[in-house]
Each structure stands twice: as C-alpha cells, then as structure tokens.
Write a protein that binds this ligand. Structure first.
Ligand code: G1P
Length: 292
C-alpha cells in the first residue's frame, strides 16, 4: 500500500458543551493557548505527509475556511508595522502547499455519514484515508498518534485504529474493541461495538480519534443503518469491514486530551502552558499561589 495523502477531519458538530463560547465561533477554533484546537490535528496530519485536508463542515463554520486561507490584508499590515515575526504564525510554511477541501454536512446524521461525504475526494490510486477527530488532542515528544498508525499501516497493509484503556464508567462514550493481542500494544480487532453498556463491552480498550482505513470503508458505510443514538456510526462500518479485511488497533505514544469536554480542554491548555518556555516559569508561581 502507498503512503496516505488525504485526511478527513469531521468538524460539523454544534459544540453545545461549550456554549456560549461556540455561539459565534466554531468549537474547533477555540484556542489552546494561541492556536486553534483544529490546527493541532491539521499539523499532525501534515507531519505524516498528508497533502489534502478534507473538512466535513457546516455553513455556520466559515471561520475555519478563513483560518486556513491567506489573509493578505493582515500580512500587509504586519509587514508595514515591522511585525514580520508574526507572518510565520498566520501563514506557516508547513500549511502552504496543502490543499484544503470543504464539504458541507447539511444534517447531523453521525460520524459515519460525515466520513461518507468525502468519498468523491478519493482518486483511483488512493488505497486508504486518514480520519482525525480534532476534539482528541494528542501530544507526544516522540511519534505522533497518527504517525504510529501510518507506520503500522505501511508495515501491515491494512486498516488500523488508535485505542486506549478507559474506565468502565466511560466505556459507553466510545467504540470499544474485542482485541486479540499480537504484540505489546498491537491488537487484531475481532469485534467492535459503538457505545456499549458495561455489560456489552468486550474489553476496556476504546477507539480514540485517529483512524487509517482502507477505501473499502466507503462501501461499508453504504451498507449500515442508523445505530447508537439513531446516527450512522463509523464504528458500524468498521464492524462491516471486519467481515472482509483485517483491522488492527494500536496504542500510541504520549498523552491524549479529550478537548470535547471542558475538563480535557482545560487540562490540555495547562499541560501545554506548563511546557511552554515563555509561560511556564510564571505560571508555576501563579498555580502555587492559587492552590495554597
Ligand atoms: C466517536 C466515535 C467513537 C470513538 C470516539 C473517540 O464518538 O463514534 O467510536 O470512540 O469518537 O473520541 P463521539 O465522540 O463522536 O461520540
């Protein structure tokens, strides 16, 4: 299989948990320190060689399109005012040759439906596609989560999803796999269930927001019915794909923050701030004062 060059980022959700902040601003554009949450996932994709980012979005989220386009007025004004050092921030080199595609999801019919809308973006010679759910922010000093998946994909020539252990009480929020261990941290998926009850869950290993799936996933997406929550679930399509293809699941290196929750969002902000040379010294002092 060839390396993957396209990634789907579903970003059409309403961001209800972050209201009122998300009344006028897309949830994915909320900043973790000074960079929108979404840009972390976009950069993670580009760093593994992705050349086209396909956003499944909504007409209410034009700020995302603006963010990933040039802003010539701002560039001119920064240059005029001697603030060239900010040019790289608003027009980073790594984003310059990337194609950004925007597809509107008119109805909220679930993750499976969102992914299915990208089918026409694939060419004959695309073997597989990456899917990143930007709410899950992965931080690693070694390989990124998507890089671990990409390496596993190239080595094994099959679909691969990222997984982590979750607490029993949280299993019903995720897709949960029945694993067959191949080696440390690498599993064959025997079964997968979306949002199972504790009794139904086949393990404590839940899928997190990074996938590399062969393009047969688009056929599987056509065969599914609405599942958990009445929505078309990507997990149900993965379950269908299991009848014809091997799917692997792998753990990843580093940390994951669920930035779809306020808790995770604040934790990610704190973690990155405490890792930031400009901020960490004073911040540690402030935190000491606040908690004493
Ligand atoms: C989605 C998927 C689920 C996966 C989760 C990871 O759920 O449907 O299988 O485990 O993302 O974050 P959602 O968060 O959209 O409910």
């Amino acid at each position: 299989m060839k390396p993957i060059t396209k990634a789907i980022l579903p970003v059409a959700g309403l961001g209800t948990r972050f209201l009122p902040a998300t009344k006028a601003i897309p949830k994915e554009m909320l900043p973790i320190i000074d960079k929108p949450l979404l840009q972390y996932a976009v950069e993670e994709a580009i760093d593994i060689g992705i050349k086209e980012i396909i956003f499944i979005t909504s007409h209410t989220k034009r700020a995302i399109e603006k963010h990933f386009s040039a802003n010539l007025d701002l560039e001119a004004s920064l240059k005029k005012n001697g603030k060239e050092k900010y040019l790289e921030k608003i027009n980073p080199k790594k984003l310059q040759d990337i194609k950004f595609t925007f597809i509107d999801q008119h109805e909220q019919k679930g993750l499976g439906h969102a992914v299915s809308l990208a089918e026409n973006c694939l060419d004959e010679d695309d073997d597989a596609i990456a899917i990143l759910l930007p709410d899950d922010l992965f931080i690693s000093n070694t390989k990124s989560c998507l890089q671990v998946l990409a390496d596993t994909f190239i080595k094994n020539s099959c679909s691969v999803v990222a997984i982590n252990e979750v607490k029993e009480k949280d299993l019903s929020k995720y897709g949960v796999i029945n694993p067959e261990e191949i080696s440390d941290g690498l599993f064959k998926v025997k079964e997968i269930i979306e949002k199972p009850s504790i009794a139904e869950a086949p393990s404590n290993l839940a899928v997190c927001g990074r996938y590399i799936l062969t393009k047969s996933i688009f056929n599987s997406l056509k065969s599914i019915n609405p599942g958990a929550g009445g929505e078309y679930q990507l997990t149900d399509a993965i379950k269908d794909l299991l009848y014809s293809e091997t799917i692997l699941a792998t753990s990843y290196e580093g940390m994951k923050f669920d930035c779809g929750s306020k808790q995770g969002f604040v934790e990610a902000t704190m973690y990155l701030a405490l890792d930031d040379n400009e901020l960490k010294h004073d911040l540690k002092e402030s935190i000491k004062k606040i908690i004493t």
